[in-house]
Design a protein around this ligand. Structure first.
Ligand code: A3P
Length: 335
């Protein structure tokens, strides 16, 4: 039996209780030094995940990567679906018909979804294995929990950052609508800040990819840039992937990828994932549309001044030593 690459330490019960979900949560640590080319104190680094992820982590780590894969890596609620749809169109000669008729989760699997819902009818790792090239694969895992071959075969990786306050608000609605969370928004935000929700802590996740942003196979961008100039981000992604998109196709894509079009597009609203998560939650959840509000600064009218202050303090503590602020991530362009 090969040695497992990770080990888990359970998080205190009060934290699990606060998340108001069934089942346990753990901090995941690497057993050895990960082969990601970033500086990190690996003995102290961890990622918090529901215990349902544990059988999946080694399978993901040992997943066979292909050099011509394209990976979309994000923290949840940072515009993953939006970037997946954009990138899928760039890779598939703007085939809008297929994009509208086949669910995005089939065209671009969420690799570790089996960890979110353990008895999902279609094993997502198998689905990704079977996909024909060039594959477009989504993951929310931090760099060091991704398949290790990513750092040797160096497929293209697109990382999308979003202001954590907006991402946390979006995640709160997701957790209510898709998991059945019934706790308060304040408790949710505290759990996000303390790094007790899936895929957190947030800042190390972002900072690893920030360190990697100059690598030729890494493209770091933001939800905020997609909102302010989607056409530009489309042309940058096409350049990064060495694909041609004509100015006319860019216009068509901007229309297809608009908030209004994506909101009305069933193929982009995670309907199938929603069904399996609802069944796994085993309780009624509130009416929820995945493409929800789509604005920059949604936290301003959804969080109290006190919670906003807590978030700002937390960001400052995490970024101060690096002399970085949130605008650095939101405005960065590779080109
Ligand atoms: P909000 O909940 O703030 O509206 P992810 O795909 O990573 O889960 O991200 C989901 C977030 O992206 C949601 O944010 C969703 O509304 C937003 N989103 C999805 N498609 C979008 C689009 N075309 N334009 C703007 N925002 C979009």
């Amino acid at each position: 039996m090969p040695q497992p690459s990770f080990f888990a330490k359970s998080v205190p019960f009060e934290q699990i209780d606060k998340l108001a979900i069934n089942g346990g949560y753990s901090s995941i640590y690497a057993t050895g030094e990960p082969n990601v080319p970033v500086v990190g104190n690996w003995k102290q680094r961890f990622c918090r995940l529901a215990d349902t992820f544990q059988p999946v982590l080694d399978r993901v780590y040992n997943f066979e990567v292909r050099e011509d894969d394209v990976w979309i890596v994000t923290l949840p609620k940072c515009g993953t679906t939006w970037m997946q749809e954009l990138t899928w169109l760039v890779l598939n000669q703007c085939d809008f018909e297929t994009a509208k008729s086949i669910d995005l989760t089939i065209r671009s699997p969420f690799l570790e979804f089996n960890g979110v819902v353990s008895n999902v009818p279609h094993d997502t790792i198998e689905a990704a294995n079977e996909l024909s090239s060039p594959r477009l694969i989504k993951s929310h895992l931090p760099a060091w929990l991704l398949p290790h071959q990513i750092w040797t075969k160096k497929p293209k990786v697109i990382y999308v950052y979003r202001n954590p306050k907006d991402a946390a608000v979006s995640y709160f609605h997701h957790w209510r609508g898709m998991v059945g969370y019934q706790g308060s928004k304040e408790d949710w935000c505290q759990s996000f800040i303390d790094g007790y929700v899936n895929f957190t802590p947030c800042w190390p996740h972002v900072l690893d990819f920030w360190q990697l942003r100059h690598e030729p196979h890494i493209f770091f961008t933001s939800y905020e840039r997609m909102k302010s100039n989607l056409g530009l981000v489309i042309t940058e992604v096409a350049k990064f992937l060495q694909r041609v998109v004509t100015p006319e196709q860019v216009l068509q894509m901007v229309e297809h990828l608009s908030f209004e079009s994506m909101r009305e597009n069933p193929a982009c609203n995670h309907v199938k994932e929603f069904e399996s998560m609802k069944a796994a939650a085993g309780r009624e959840v509130e009416e929820f549309r995945f493409v929800r509000r789509g604005v920059v600064g949604s936290h301003k009218d959804e969080l109290t001044a006190e919670v906003i202050r807590e978030f700002d303090l937390w960001s400052d503590v995490n970024l101060r030593d690096y002399k970085l602020n949130m605008d650095d991530f939101a405005n960065y362009s590779k080109y």
